[in-house]
Write a protein that binds this ligand. Structure first.
Ligand code: SF4
Ligand code: SF4
Length: 367
């Protein structure tokens, strides 16, 4: 079988190594990418148009798309009339990292034979927070009393997600402050049991990190959970670093990455087709109460509406239990602007600061 490998340049080598090791019968004719960069003049690289020509001239049998989590690439390839599209599931790389055998695996699959991959999903373990950041984009400082998710609903939703997606690359457990949830260990094991190869990431402000109980630390380590700590100025960095090292946790202090911005437009007169493609939150796929959306806004904006007496749309999203739904359809809808996007505007960044009640809507609104 003669194929062209299509995808981001930085992923070429890993895919080639995998194929050369486990699928010696597959001949890779060349490499393709939307941006061939420094390799544009190489005799083994092809633009997507050239790749399509080779396919229509029967010089190749198809294309391996190594951007399996992105429906945009599949659509591009299909639009060029290439019907034989294959993928290398990303779980294979994770299995190798975990020293699992993949000897009996076909390595490449016709892309319609496997469920699509999802790049990431976010889930709130608590809507509320023990910090009070100005303009919190999850509106946690406007949550009037503690709000935890329904664990049973979450478990059902996980099963539903597993029926739609072969893999979720990154599963973010956040909030609010996720460490406020006393059942966090059960949420971690539920995710790990359903998605053995996903990267589970707890996103925390770190204030409760030093008081983690030994049992939870074990659960975190056993389930290969990474901890991403927002490096706000109120943190005792030295103590956090010492704690992480002492317990050999997989963790990062996200230095300088805390970029706050306001972007709401309660008038609802923005053009979603203009706002959505430029929105930095449009890939923060969010799960809540049996629904998914491109970002958290539809599920948490009610805190803003209630506090400021506004009417930004709530509960918009994809119903995971809709009859006939599949992962490809979900992927398609996730890259389609939402009605909620009418109520967003271009970001106006500002530096991190603590806030306190009574809150000012100008912390979130640009109009
Ligand atoms: S720590 Fe995060 S969730 Fe909590 S108020 Fe600040 S930005 Fe919001
Ligand atoms: S509602 Fe749309 S524009 Fe607003 S943050 Fe979410 S994805 Fe971005």
């Amino acid at each position: 079988m003669k194929l062209i490998l299509f995808g981001d340049i930085q992923n070429w080598n890993a895919a080639l190594n995998l194929l050369q090791t486990y699928r010696k019968d597959v001949f890779i004719v060349g490499l393709s990418s939307l941006d061939l960069g420094q390799f544009a003049d190489s005799p083994v690289t092809y633009t997507l148009k050239e790749t399509a020509n080779l396919y229509h001239e029967h010089q190749i049998d198809g294309v391996i798309n190594i951007q399996g989590e992105n429906p945009y690439y599949f659509n591009l390839i299909k639009e060029l009339g290439i019907n034989d599209i294959y993928i290398i599931p990303s779980t294979l790389y994770r299995r190798l990292e975990l020293s699992e055998s993949i000897e009996d695996d076909p390595i490449i699959y016709p892309y319609l034979d496997v469920a699509p991959e999802l790049m990431q999903i976010e889930f709130h373990l608590a809507d509320h927070c023990n910090l009070n950041c100005k303009g919190c984009s999850h509106f946690s400082n406007l949550v009037p009393s503690p709000v935890f998710p329904d664990k049973e609903q979450f478990q059902h939703d996980l099963q539903q997600l597993a029926s739609y997606f072969s893999q979720i690359h990154n599963f973010y457990l956040l909030g609010g402050e996720p460490l406020l949830n006393p059942e966090i260990g059960e949420y971690i094991t539920a995710v790990r049991n359903t998605f053995p190869y996903t990267q589970i990431i707890i996103v925390t402000n770190g204030l409760l990190l030093l008081s983690l109980k030994e049992k939870l630390i074990q659960t975190i380590k056993e389930n290969r959970v990474h901890i991403s700590i927002s490096d706000y100025t109120c943190l005792d960095r030295e103590k956090i670093i010492a704690f992480v090292q002492a317990h050999a946790l997989s963790a990062e202090l996200r230095e300088g990455k805390e970029c706050f911005s306001k972007y709401l437009n309660p008038h609802g007169d923005s053009d979603p087709n203009e706002i959505f493609p430029n929105c930095i939150r449009r890939n923060c796929t969010f799960l809540a109460k049996g629904k998914m959306a491109a970002c958290c806004q539809p599920f948490v904006i009610h805190y803003f509406n209630d506090y400021f007496n506004e009417n930004i749309p709530e509960e918009e999203g994809i119903d995971l239990y809709e009859p006939g739904l599949d992962g490809w359809e979900i992927q398609k809808r996730l890259i389609t602007p939402m009605n909620s996007c009418r109520y967003c505007s271009a970001d106006v960044p500002f530096g991190w600061a603590a806030s306190k009640a009574p809150y000012d809507s100008n912390d979130w609104c640009v109009k």
